[in-house]
Design a protein. Structure first.
Length: 190
């Protein structure tokens, strides 16, 4: 299946309801949004089985919790393997991880692909969307940011950049070293 969400290999018996409000990319008005599990259950029809290479989005990590992965505009993950009770996915970040085969996912790519390439044109357009102005810490006063203060254009005055609350910024990994889900990640994102 291609990344542009070709849905030709599926027929009407594959349809089960979708609880996402996002419209997948390249769907017509008459099309149905499909959602299915990664494996066919013996007591149900085999139509819920997704073939390898399927482009999917809105993927559950925990069964019944709802979609958590590949939900941004234009995002798509790929089902690359199935073995035992788990399926292997390649996520949009490049990370390869294991997910339970019984978790739900929606077939296709999330719509609104070019939203990040749209130029708003002026500050007022951003303001209407609720986006606040971005101010560099180095131009603030020292009471407002650790980088602030100094005479004229002064450097930040520290070994490494920090957040407004003093935590390390830019380059420091923030994920816990021994997180429970590390065993499910086969290849970390770059």
């Amino acid at each position: 299946m291609s990344d542009s969400a070709d849905l030709d290999s599926y027929i009407s018996t594959h349809v089960i309801s979708s609880y996402t409000s996002r419209k997948p990319y390249a769907l017509e008005e008459a099309c149905t949004v499909w959602e299915g599990v990664f494996i066919d259950k013996k007591e149900e029809s085999t139509s819920t089985d997704m073939p390898l290479g399927t482009a999917i989005h809105n993927i559950e990590i925990t069964l019944g919790k709802g979609g958590q992965l590949a939900r941004a505009a234009g995002a798509v993950a790929k089902l690359i393997a199935k073995e035992g009770k788990s399926a292997t996915l390649r996520l949009p970040s490049g990370e390869v991880r294991l997910i339970s085969k019984n978790c739900l996912a929606t077939v296709g790519q999330v719509g609104n692909v070019g939203v990040n390439q749209k130029s708003l044109g002026r500050a007022g357009s951003k303001c209407w969307l609720g986006k606040r102005p971005v101010v560099r810490g180095v131009v603030m006063n020292p009471v407002d940011h650790p980088h602030g203060g100094g005479e004229g254009r002064a450097p930040i005055g520290r070994k490494k950049p920090t957040t407004p609350w003093g935590y390390p910024a830019l380059g420091r990994r923030s994920r816990k070293r021994k997180k429970y889900s590390d065993s499910f990640i086969l290849r970390r994102r770059k």
